[in-house]
Design a protein around this ligand. Structure first.
Ligand SMILES: NC(=O)c1ccc[n+]([C@@H]2O[C@H](COP(=O)([O-])OP(=O)(O)OC[C@H]3O[C@@H](n4cnc5c(N)ncnc54)[C@H](OP(=O)(O)O)[C@@H]3O)[C@@H](O)[C@H]2O)c1
Ligand SMILES: *[C@@H]1O[C@H](CO)[C@@H](O)[C@H](O)[C@H]1NC(C)=O
Length: 376
């Protein structure tokens, strides 16, 4: 049996779903001669760790108990009595994580999985890479901080996977990596990488007022609690930066032109959420309606996309042919069109659900399994 020891950072929607996938795939993995040994799990406040990382792991009943606990929004610290495991509080957490990375990294190997939404994990992750560990990320933030951190993270390309950072479980990163590895040259990537904005733009195309569509989307739970978190385009910009860096571009967030769907004076620092929903949003309707009409006369539709081409990386509303994969997009699917030497006339197209705990966690699990040949 090959054994992959795993430490999970963050057990919210995606992290707990990952633990459930690991448990329910036990017999499948066993058939492949593989066992995933979860040796540590942490949330923002505490770390649960086995007493001996070489021989013990958190058993399945404990993993499922962790899921139950986290899904009811409790803290891991409330897990007090469970035999051979220890809880460490925040202050000791970082040191403890680095201790086991040093212990296992270069001996039997260890995989760190970042399912937090935090920008604070990047320091630890850079260190564990240095210590010989593997890293899987669903969290985009470590990959979108400065270029120095990025280079430390990708120092050993075989030791890092982050498929779920763009398009959740969709094979976007894998496809790009395969093209690059085979010497194909990528000329252009254009993608609708926000399920929320994809939904909004296709509803607007049907003639509904922008403000009504955003309000409905918020009501359906499609948006962040403050829809401006989606409308700002920053999440799409992070994904764009990850793709551009994958292509070898040494750029930072401030090299990306990001078009926000609301003006600065309606931002969270100057306008309350209630005011934004009641009066800010409706004042944006006319402009978008006019742009939609102009696009329609040109045989085009509006999409909120990231576009990486030549030497520019931008994020915003673009007019696209109605009869293109992105133009035909309806609802909340993500779509990525990749134009390369091999796919020059018609692009390589990847489409499907680009969010959701389940698909995201499945992408993370597949990333972990990708490392199996690195483990004894
Ligand atoms: N959900 C999706 O559809 C989707 C798709 C693609 C990518 N992602 C990415 O996947 C990541 C996880 O998403 P999610 O929806 O599961 O988020 P979430 O529900 O907010 O869970 C985040 C978890 O991380 C923990 N955490 C926060 N800061 C931490 C720190 N400094 N150290 C250790 N743990 C920390 C939180 O602890 P507490 O429980 O103590 O708060 C929580 O358990 C995010 O980066 C997200 O952008 C999500
Ligand atoms: C993801 O998981 C979180 C926490 O369990 C839950 O609140 C949320 O509704 C889930 N999201 C989806 C789309 O299932």
């Amino acid at each position: 049996m090959k054994s992959i020891p795993v430490v999970l950072l963050g057990c919210g929607g995606v992290g707990t779903q990952l633990l459930q996938h690991i448990v329910s795939c036990r017999s499948l993995h066993a058939k492949q001669g593989l066992v995933l040994r979860v040796v540590g799990v942490c949330d923002s406040k505490s770390l649960i760790l086995v007493s001996d990382v070489f021989t013990k792991d958190l058993d399945d009943s404990l993993l499922l108990e962790i899921c139950r606990l986290k899904n009811s929004s409790s803290s891991l610290a409330t897990l007090t009595s469970f035999g051979e495991c220890k809880v460490f509080t925040n202050l000791e957490l970082k040191r403890k994580v680095l201790d086991i990375a040093a212990l296992l990294g270069k001996s039997i190997g260890l995989t760190f999985v970042d399912c937090t939404a935090s920008s604070e994990t990047v320091g630890v992750l850079c260190r564990v890479v240095e210590l010989g560990c593997c890293v899987v990320l669903a969290n985009k933030k470590p990959l979108t901080s400065d270029m120095d951190d990025y280079e430390k993270l990708v120092l050993h390309p075989r030791h890092i996977r982050h498929e779920s950072t763009v398009g959740a479980g969709l094979p976007v990163i894998t496809s790009i990596n395969r093209l690059l590895a085979s010497g194909d040259t990528i000329a252009r990537i254009i993608g609708s990488l926000s399920g929320t904005l994809g939904y909004v733009m296709s509803e607007v195309e049907d003639g509904k007022p922008f403000s009504e569509v955003v309000k409905a989307a918020k009501g359906l739970g499609y948006t962040e609690p403050d829809p401006r978190d989606d409308l700002s385009g920053m999440d799409v910009a992070r994904k764009a930066l990850i793709l551009a860096r994958l292509l070898g571009w040494r750029i930072n967030m401030d090299n990306i032109k990001v078009e926000s769907l609301y003006p600065q004076e309606m931002g969270p620092n100057t306008m309350s959420l209630d005011d934004f929903m009641a009066s800010g949003l409706p004042s944006l309707d006319k402009d978008i309606e006019e742009k939609t009409k102009v696009a329609s006369i040109n045989g085009n539709v509006l999409r909120y996309v990231c576009m990486i081409e030549g030497s520019s990386c931008l994020v915003g509303i673009k007019e696209l042919p109605k009869d293109s994969p992105l133009g035909r997009l309806r609802g909340s699917d993500n779509v990525v069109e990749i134009y390369s030497r091999c796919y020059s006339e018609l692009p390589l197209v990847i489409q499907g659900a680009g969010a959701g705990n389940d698909t995201t966690a499945a992408g993370v699990l597949a990333d972990i399994l990708d490392f199996q040949d690195l483990f004894p």
